[in-house]
Design a binder for this molecule. Structure first.
Ligand code: SF4
Ligand code: SF4
Length: 712
């Protein structure tokens, strides 16, 4: 709570030309009762920052409001001691750069932002980090290519690793292959990828403890202190880990569902996995009679890129087929090989392998779609192909058909057995892959401290899985290190705040425990939330969910935002100056506004912006507060939702939209039009639309006329 408030107004970067700094200073001292207010022509420079530090050190001020550029810039310059509350007021991007200079409305906007910043500072308490004993050991689940790589990389960085593999031996799917696809220059022939050597390195590494024939039967706790129960041959074994890498790999798509491609119709139709086993066993032959296959046909994308089966490209099948053709050539130079493909996907250097195999005699590649595989004359198979490059339907006779089936992740079974209120496994998206924010946070799952890598995360080959493993291992390391400092991991990396619950007033309605996107809140038998702060991502969704308003952060609370809203001056009805409150997501919409400022795009100066950690943290009391105070409209701007959501906290705008439905009742009670409320979904790259969105909303509000509650 602010005792001695210091307000520092920068007049650089065009701010001084756009607004009257002296008038602002008067608002700070007379209205906001700041202990001190200084203006400076370049506050972020050494001299300006030194002045702030000097005032703090001398005890003249203990809380600082910096009215200058966007808080997204100059963060280092204005980072003072952790014990000091520093509030930033965006006079540059949100005022000077996007509104008419020396204009009454621009000045009013700047003054309101200053009042709102002071209100926020007064409601902020200094942050103190969580401080518990943290384990820095990592648990890696899965001992295939991904798990082995993650374990070795983490161990090389100095971290202890527990590696758990359900099979008797390490190596996973790759170790069961006869050979690996090319992984090194010149990429024209199959070669080893060093898997055996890496398996040995894991087994003998002093910082890696390997548990084979083992499973995770229970995980309790939170990042930095996961208590994990393993089932091993000797019984149960307890370990403590700080973070977890899920590297459980993949399994082939259920080939028995591909009857239209002949599987189950003839024993001579087999999957690529069955072909690999046959080759590894020593001899490629027709399963029906053990005879030589004079002609072998590969069906690519068998069940992949097919809306009735797997909608995605499984990423490995083309390279696997090319590799398997090399087995045929080794054994039988005279055999004819056909490959029927939708596209051959061999990106990057893999193209060289494709060319090398394609150039060999008797290998025929045909673009088309296999529509049927049926028994043909003389015990052979007839394959019908449509949509060929020639536009004709053709039929091919062959002895053996290999279905290049794709991959599905192993994660859908019981792997983690979390004792979380929201369920024992990772929330998944269609296809069974862990739900994540694939653009911004590829390895993060919706369970903090648990990272997915390799084919358990997305379809990928072994080379990509090795890279993925390194990324996930690094994320797990970041997690334990930040947990040890009591800081949030992501997306608010480094944040020291966390929610506190005033449980004496909890009605056990369970809304917070149900809506927390990250399973951070468990609950007792009566339904009282049991927070696990190290699992928390500090999104504030629980704050928005709680009807009793008993969830708050030291620097973000229902009361704080309400105070900011109350700080907005509402002109009289006859002044023709509407006021619109914009509650904007600080991850996308706020930076989009900064961009609009940077590009000097103008929009209506009636809009007053309050950034929210996520629209999911919207507490509907803010809307009631705003409208009952006489603000004329409220617009919410958040990320897109749906299957391709962009919200850093999964479903913020969706939750806000749901809560808005409930607000309609309040509006009816107040006899206000529902058009005074709007939610707009906007991605950061759509920043150019933002001025129009604001202008159109203000225009609508003007047409509706002033809020009748003005002046009350
Ligand atoms: S702040 Fe977000 S992640 Fe943390 S407990 Fe609340 S809803 Fe869950
Ligand atoms: S939403 Fe609020 S009242 Fe409901 S269970 Fe959570 S803390 Fe208690």
């Amino acid at each position: 709570m602010a005792g001695k408030l210091g307000v520092y107004i920068c007049t650089g970067c065009g701010i001084g030309e756009a607004v009257d700094g002296e008038k602002l200073a008067k608002v700070a001292t007379s209205e906001c009762k700041a202990a001190s207010c200084r203006t400076h022509p370049a506050l972020c420079g050494a001299e300006g920052c030194a002045q702030i530090r000097q005032d703090l050190a001398g005890g003249a001020v203990d809380t600082v409001v910096v009215a200058a550029c966007s808080p997204r810039f100059k963060t280092e310059a204005f980072s003072l001691n952790h014990g000091t509350v520093v509030e930033r007021v965006n006079l540059r991007e949100h005022v000077a750069w996007c509104h008419a200079p020396q204009d009454e409305n621009t000045q009013m906007l700047a003054e309101d932002y200053l009042r709102m910043g002071v209100a926020r500072a007064r409601k902020t308490e200094p942050l103190e980090p969580l401080a518990d004993e943290i384990s820095r050991a990592l648990l890696v689940i899965g001992g295939g290519v991904t798990g082995i790589t993650a374990a070795l990389e983490a161990a090389a960085a100095g971290y202890s690793v527990f590696l758990v593999e359900k099979e008797e031996n390490l190596g996973g799917a790759a170790a069961r292959c006869k050979r690996q696809t090319p992984a090194e220059p010149p990429y024209t022939a199959v070669n080893g990828d060093g898997l055996t050597a890496r398996m040995e390195a894991v087994l003998y590494h002093p910082r890696i403890q390997v548990f084979c024939s083992a499973r995770v039967v229970r995980i309790e706790g939170q990042p930095g202190m996961f208590d994990v129960t393993l089932s091993i041959e000797a019984g149960e074994h307890q370990i403590r880990a700080g973070a977890i890498v899920v590297a459980t790999g993949w399994k082939p798509y259920d080939v028995s569902r591909l009857v239209h491609l002949g599987y189950g119709v003839s024993p001579d139709v087999i999957s690529n996995l069955e072909f690999e086993r046959m080759a590894a066993a020593g001899r490629i032959a027709r399963p029906s009679n053990g005879q030589r296959a004079e002609s072998i046909l590969f069906v690519q994308c068998a069940g992949s890129r097919d809306p009735d089966h797997l909608p995605y490209c499984s990423s490995i099948c083309c390279m696997e087929t090319l590799k398997q053709i090399t087995y045929i050539r080794e054994q039988d130079p005279e055999a004819q090989v056909y490959v029927v493909y939708k596209d051959v996907r061999t990106p990057g250097q893999y193209e060289r392998f494709y060319r090398a195999v394609q150039d060999q005699a008797l290998n025929f590649f045909t673009k088309g779609e296999v529509t049927a595989v049926k028994p043909g004359a003389g015990g052979r198979l007839t394959v019908a192909v449509e949509h060929t490059l020639l536009g004709e339907s053709i039929q091919l006779e062959t002895d053996l058909v290999v279905l290049a089936t794709g991959m599905v992740p192993n994660g859908s079974e019981q792997i983690l057995n979390l004792t979380y209120r929201q369920g024992p496994e990772l929330p998944v998206i269609s296809g069974g892959f862990p739900d994540s924010h694939f653009v911004c946070f590829p390895y993060e799952t919706r369970r903090t401290g648990i990272y997915a890598a390799g084919a358990a995360r997305a379809p990928m080959d072994a080379a990509q899985a090795r890279q993925d493993a390194m990324g996930a291992a690094l994320k797990a390391i970041q997690c334990v290190e930040l947990a040890a400092q009591g800081r949030a991991v992501h997306p608010r990396g480094g944040d020291l705040s966390y929610p506190s619950f005033f449980l004496q007033r909890c009605t056990q309605c369970k809304r917070c425990t149900e809506e927390c996107p990250f399973g951070a809140l468990d609950e007792d038998a009566k339904g009282t939330p049991k927070p696990n702060p190290y699992r928390c991502r500090r999104c504030g969704v629980c704050l928005g969910a709680c009807p009793e308003r008993i969830v708050s952060f030291k620097n973000y609370s229902v009361d704080m935002i309400a105070s900011m809203i109350k700080a907005i001056e509402v002109p009289e009805e006859d002044e023709d100056k509407p006021r619109v409150l914009a509650l904007v997501c600080e991850n996308d919409a706020y930076p989009a506004m900064d961009l609009a400022g940077l590009k000097r795009r103008r929009y209506d100066p009636s809009v007053r912006v309050v950034p929210l950690r996520c629209l999911g943290s919207l507490n509907i009391v803010w809307i009631a507060d705003a409208l009952s105070r006489g603000l004329d409209g409220v617009i919410l701007v958040g990320c897109k939702y749906g299957d391709d959501y962009q919200c850093h906290f999964t479903k913020g705008s969706e939750l806000a939209q749901r809560r808005l439905e409930n607000v309609k009742e309040t509006l009816q009670r107040l006899q206000l039009e529902s058009e005074r409320l709007q939610l707009t979904q906007l991605a950061i790259n759509e920043w150019e639309q933002l001025p129009q969105v604001f202008d159109a909303f203000v225009e609508r509000i003007r047409k509706l006329g002033p809020n009748p509650y003005k002046g009350f």
